[in-house]
Unconditional design. Structure first.
Length: 356
């Protein structure tokens, strides 16, 4: 998927004749050029290469998006638990706006962001004593042939009380006002609101909500997301050349319109309330993708061999083969290719095997 994604240039990159960062993701070597690349195991048993650049493009790179969304999911889960441990309620809302299948993503995105911002400044919001301490908002974008681009917002409201009946009444009233706010013109059935019990009893609901907040466009079962479009191309899951181009077009358009957009927004008031999470709040997407836990170094790859692995796009296969059959699996895989006919395994002074 990343190999397909990196062929795409935004208009700006084309104009400035600049290579997109995703082209270096998983390929380019970090920092000290004389160090080999390490195949490592993390604390959860996952295998990865350490010492390689990550692009950190949430809207663009399927590999980095997975890491970033995983981090945000954990962060939200922690925030929810902290709030529930104070016996306070949380509301979960999904907001949409009306769009036609012919509306551009640009237009629908602007509409939903502008209208939500103005909605929060509206009389209803300002005047109601709704008890919201702060909020987390995520943006999700899906696409379908029947309805076109469908950007929508998932929002968590953190309340200063546990009057669930009152809160639910407020949230329902809010949805009613939202659908007719400015040019939203959306249907009440397209919106959604629910409560997370303050007593932390509903573990599944919490799980569902953090998934929906952060994983929607990666694992969506509803309609097509830009990443599922990429997956279809990568797996040759299309009827003809026309459909393939259309899938790529969806991805391209999505990348173009999401530049500079935040995937998760955490309000300042919530950051203040839960300052114990400040380190996590402050992490940029780059920080997140470059954060690694090395439990064990399994194998070292010298730079000339690494370059050949990249040239043949074998990075994911190397990981898979190591998982299946260790060093022998990797050796058998590589020596299958002409480029590696002189491949040797050496043991370094720290007794790590090195591919040279
Ligand atoms: Zn990346």
């Amino acid at each position: 998927m990343r190999n397909i994604a990196k062929k795409n240039y935004t208009l700006k990159e084309t104009k400035e004749k600049r290579k997109p960062r995703i082209q270096y993701c998983g390929y380019a070597v970090n920092a000290n050029v004389n160090q080999p690349i390490n195949l490592c195991k993390n604390d959860k048993g996952g295998l990865f290469f350490n010492g390689v650049a990550n692009c950190g493009g949430y809207w663009r790179c399927p590999v980095c998006a997975l890491k970033i969304s995983e981090h945000k999911k954990e962060l939200l889960s922690g925030l929810i638990s902290a709030h529930q441990s104070r016996n306070l309620s949380i509301g979960f809302l999904t907001l949409t706006v009306r769009h036609s299948k012919f509306d551009t993503l640009k237009k629908s995105l602007e509409k939903i962001s502008d209208n939500y911002r103005k909605f929060q400044q509206s009389r209803f919001f300002a005047k109601t004593d709704h008890g919201i301490i702060g909020q987390v908002k995520t943006l999700e974008i899906t696409y379908s042939d029947d309805n076109g681009w469908h950007p929508h917002l998932h929002i968590l409201y953190f309340y200063d009380n546990a009057n669930d009946k009152e809160i639910e009444k407020f949230q329902k009233e809010m949805l009613k006002r939202w659908v007719s706010f400015r040019d939203n013109n959306s249907r009440i059935s397209g919106q959604n609101q629910k409560m997370l019990a303050s007593d932390n009893s509903d573990y599944l609901a919490k799980y569902d909500i953090t998934m929906e907040m952060t994983k929607g466009q990666i694992k969506s079962s509803k309609g097509l997301t830009p990443f599922t479009a990429l997956a279809k191309i990568a797996c040759n899951d299309y009827a003809d050349e026309f459909e393939k181009r259309r899938l790529y077009g969806i991805y391209t358009c999505y990348v173009e319109q999401t530049q500079g957009k935040h995937f998760v927004n955490i309000s300042n008031s919530l950051r203040k309330e839960y300052s114990q999470f400040m380190d996590e709040f402050n992490k940029t997407d780059d920080d997140i993708v470059n954060e690694v836990t090395i439990d064990e170094i399994l194998l070292k790859v010298s730079l000339p061999i690494w370059k050949k692995i990249c040239k043949n796009d074998l990075q994911p296969l190397v990981l898979n083969k190591y998982k299946e059959n260790g060093l022998e699996g990797v050796y058998n895989l590589l020596t299958y290719f002409k480029d590696f006919k002189d491949l040797e395994i050496e043991v370094d002074t720290n007794e790590y095997p090195v591919l040279i």
